[in-house]
Design a protein around this ligand. Sequence first.
Ligand SMILES: *Cc1c(COP(=O)(O)O)cnc(C)c1O
Length: 222
Amino acid sequence: MTSEISLNIVKLRAEIPSGVQLIAVSKTKPIGLLFEAYQAGQRVFGENYVQEITEKQPKMPADTEWHFIGHLQTNKVKYIAPFIHCIHAIDSEKLLDEIEKQAKNNNRQIRCLIQVHIADEESKFGLSVEEINPFLQKIAQKKYSHVIICGLMGMASFTDNEDKVRSEFRLLKTIFDGAKSDYFSNNTNFTHVSMGMSGDWKIAVEEGSTMIRIGSALFGQR
Ligand SMILES: *Cc1c(COP(=O)(O)O)cnc(C)c1O
């Protein structure tokens, strides 16, 4: 029997351009639903909570690729370092230094995206548009060997004003392009702009997203 989740995945895949990676955001969803998505060919999953991801990870097949997309506290990096593929919401040098240390302890490399606060909503997460360039300039000069800086991540305002959402995504892409040429021109890994969720991914893709993080449109409302 074809599950609703597999239908959702097939439909969505048909709509996304080939260069855009689909991250299935499975936070709060039971492992059975992740497995349905896996059976439909989905390998990349995004989770927001350390306790939840560390419980789910051993229950899924070994070739599942895990992305941590929520706010990450420095003291919890050690719990996900053995398996995490990519961490999307980096907002401090201290966090990057801890990821470097824990990745090294595990003899592996961890991909990281720096979160930029592009929405004009109150949030304590992500670097502001004013802070981002000095931050990127600084970390581009650090010699991380176990952290791979792969690009930027952002969330647009929660609004049905499409022009506003579009201009926020456009801003993130502009910051990315500037940072790539100014600070990361020698870094072939600096290639990703993680933007777009269930309600706004089409706009994000039009504005240059390379990774969309889709939860409710695949797994249903939380
Ligand atoms: C929950 C979450 C998503 C997915 O949101 P949906 O609207 O369910 O697609 C994407 N990104 C982040 C950072 C999230 O926390």
